[in-house]
Ligand binder design. Structure first.
Ligand SMILES: Cc1cc2nc3c(=O)[nH]c(=O)nc-3n(C[C@H](O)[C@H](O)[C@H](O)COP(=O)(O)OP(=O)(O)OC[C@H]3O[C@@H](n4cnc5c(N)ncnc54)[C@H](O)[C@@H]3O)c2cc1C
Length: 674
């Protein structure tokens, strides 16, 4: 039975002897800390884990500009927290924390209090305005999902209104955009906007020259932490995208329709985007705890708040200067990820009475994309950094995102990320352009799917009677290479008796007919040598006549295949094993099933994959004719959804998907697509 008590404020609470760990904020730091803790504490009934966030989803802040400039859909940058923590032993609470009573060990929101023994603060940052007049009121921010959506709507609205506006002055304000801040966020945003404007100009019939995009900063260059070489590249790219760079220009005032630079130059605009700096979240402003530089909580090397050692700080909220450094750890994702490991480790160590470890941040670089196709990056180790740009920089950025997504939501998130960034990308705005992003209608594939299905079925039905009549008569597997001895006596072409591949590739074996004829004649010699070789000859004749001229197989693949066949299919005497019979029967039945599935459009992706696998197996065995290339290419073409056109997949897959997604381990390990 639960025991209840009322606290000083009158809140009724459950009395518990469990150790309670409460995490505030499911951002980069909070989510990883929670997952690491949960993994270790899953089976401990004496510990209770709770994560609280004011939003029901985790936001990928590093991708906000992609939504703001319509590169990816809105849902691409959120992950539902219920999904992240599905079937995990943790309470996921949506609530906005208002304050923390550190002495009473209570987290306080408007309607609830949450007791804790250990607290993790991970509430991230918000924009800071350095006291610039009008900046807070009249700028668009880029620090949350809502900010990105709002900004996207504003950009679209401005183009829509401008296309109908006759007043030149009003139209100019609508088509002028100013991004404040030349750091990563500002450059990523302005680059993305430069790319997006081309599409908008086309859609709204607005000449590109009418659109003005500025990026302004008090600093003397864009991306000032980068080497000059990369800065130059970034500037060049921005110019190419039509962005005017205004460096050494401080924003001194922002009004509803203008931004003032250095107190003298004014730019008339309806859209100022603020990307100029950050400070601790609203909660960091409220809580009474030792803070430093713009509301970050000062910590020791164990990432414990200085005056409360049961309070840990993760990610942007932490202010800690590592030994030998002059500056605090940077407010970046890598730091959030690394600090999560330390915090999780130390809480676990406290629970089990072990030693706490110190936080030793490592820095492996940063990447900045300028639109969807180009980026600059500096990656490596603290001792040696490598500058890169263009495709490679973008590739690294995607790779790092994928590594993060694997930790947060596994296959499911990696899949949707690939879909959003590559396969469903619009306007060629990906590192691979639009090469993999063709949204062509599936119905063009219908004839190919039916043809492929018919061919497999035809093959299968042709062989099936033979398998049924005598399963021990092997005709899909070449005879054992013991007859090589026969080859040497029977001449070059006779080698085909034992190996259709070599036969097909031998200069003398111009056509399969020749091969078959030569094989037959050679086989007569082989008969004299061994009875097994004669049998092989007959079999290859059959196989060769069935498939036509064999495709060549690289030697190393032939070696692997021969080795595995030796292992499984041949007896020491050179005959065939039971495995060979089973394999042959399975192949023939497989051909029939694949054919039927493709014709019916049922499980088409699997049937297409099977078509490829079977094709590869036949090819690697050295018995594939040129025709087999059709089966392979056809299989590749029909993988992606061809069964949804006049096929049973259209009806069956949605039902199966629904059931699949509800299976416990599928949910827990993210083994589904949305
Ligand atoms: C546009 C943009 C681009 C960026 N690009 C990069 C980049 O390319 N590389 C890089 O390394 N870094 C980048 N950053 C910085 C990076 O996103 C942050 O360093 C990182 O998000 C910090 O993680 P965190 O866990 O500390 O906080 P966050 O990820 O910000 O998470 C904080 C969480 O706390 C929740 N929260 C806040 N207050 C409360 C409350 N009172 N109650 C309950 N929940 C609350 C929020 O909803 C949020 O989920 C970028 C940031 C932005 C905004």
């Amino acid at each position: 039975m639960k025991q209840l008590t009322a606290d000083e404020q009158g809140w009724v609470r459950e009395v518990s002897d469990k150790k309670r760990i409460v995490l505030i904020g499911a951002g980069y730091g909070g989510i990883l800390t929670a997952k690491k803790l949960e993994r270790k504490l899953r089976k401990r009934s004496d510990v209770e884990l709770t994560i609280i966030d004011k939003r029901p989803y985790h936001t990928m802040l590093t991708e906000l500009h992609e939504v703001a400039a319509n590169r990816v859909p809105e849902d691409a940058i959120r992950i539902d927290l219920k999904k992240v923590f599905a079937h995990r032993n943790i309470n996921v609470v949506m609530d906005e924390v208002q304050n923390v009573d550190f002495d009473g060990k209570k987290v306080i929101s408007e309607k609830h209090t949450y007791d804790y023994d250990y607290l993790v603060l991970g509430t991230g940052s918000k924009p800071t305005f350095y006291g610039v007049e009008g900046a807070k009121e009249h700028t668009f921010k880029l620090w949350s999902y809502d900010d990105a959506v709002l900004l996207k709507e504003q950009i679209l609205k401005m183009f829509r209104l401008a296309s109908m506006e006759r007043n030149h002055y009003e139209r100019t304000k609508m088509l002028t955009f100013v991004v404040v801040g030349c750091g990563f966020t500002g450059v990523e945003m302005v680059g993305e906007l430069g790319e997006y404007k081309d599409e908008l100009c086309r859609d709204f019939n607005i000449p590109k020259e009418d659109v003005k995009i500025y990026v302004a900063d008090a600093l003397p260059s864009v991306l000032p932490n980068y080497p000059v070489k990369l800065i130059k590249k970034a500037e060049k790219r921005l110019h190419k995208l039509g962005v005017e760079i205004l460096t050494s220009m401080s924003v001194t005032e922002v009004t509803e329709h203008s931004v003032c630079l250095n107190g003298e130059r004014s730019i008339e605009t309806n859209t100022v985007i603020w990307a100029a700096g950050v400070e601790g979240s609203d909660l960091m402003e409220t809580v009474e705890i030792d803070k430093k530089a713009r509301n970050r909580v000062e910590t020791n090397d164990k990432l414990q708040a200085l005056d409360h050692d049961n309070v840990y700080v993760v990610g942007d909220n932490a202010y800690y200067i590592p030994k030998g450094h002059e500056r605090p750890i940077p407010q970046m994702v890598e730091n959030a990820e690394h600090s999560a490991s330390t915090v999780a480790h130390n809480i676990l160590a406290e629970l089990s009475g072990n030693d706490l470890k110190s936080y030793t941040p490592t820095f492996h670089g940063s990447m900045c994309c300028i639109g969807g196709k180009y980026g600059v990056a500096e990656v490596g180790t603290p001792k040696r950094m490598f500058a890169m740009s263009g495709f490679f920089a973008m590739f690294v950025k995607h790779l790092i995102n994928v590594v993060y997504f694997i930790q947060v939501a596994g296959f499911n998130k990696v899949w949707t990320y690939a879909m959003h960034e590559i396969f469903h990308i619009r306007e060629r705005r990906s590192l691979l352009g639009g090469h993999f992003a063709k949204a062509s209608p599936n119905f063009w594939l219908l004839p190919l799917r039916l043809f492929l299905g018919y061919k497999w079925l035809d093959q299968g039905l042709h062989k099936l009677p033979g398998v049924i009549a005598d399963p021990s008569k092997i005709f899909l597997i070449p005879a054992k290479a013991t007859a090589t001895s026969v080859t040497s006596s029977g001449g070059q072409v006779a080698g085909a008796v034992v190996d259709a591949t070599s036969a097909a590739t031998t200069a003398a074996a111009d056509t399969v007919v020749e091969v078959a004829v030569d094989v037959t004649s050679s086989a007569s010699q082989a008969v004299e040598a061994t009875a097994g070789a004669a049998q092989a000859a007959g079999e290859v004749v059959e196989a060769a006549s069935q498939w036509g001229q064999a495709l060549p197989v690289p030697e190393f693949i032939a070696d692997i295949v021969n080795w595995s066949m030796d292992l499984m299919f041949y007896t020491p005497e050179g005959g065939f094993t039971v495995m060979a019979e089973i394999f042959q029967a399975a192949m023939v039945i497989g051909e029939v099933i694949v054919g039927l599935c493709l014709l019916a459009g049922l499980f088409t992706a699997l049937a297409s994959l099977a078509s490829i696998v079977m094709g590869l197996m036949i090819w690697s065995s050295g018995m594939a004719p040129v025709e087999m290339l059709w089966y392979l290419a056809g299989g590749v073409a029909t993988i992606g959804g061809s069964g949804s056109v006049f096929g049973m997949d259209y009806y069956v897959l949605p039902v199966l998907k629904k059931y699949w997604k509800n299976i416990k381990f599928v949910k827990k390990y993210y083994l589904y697509t949305d």
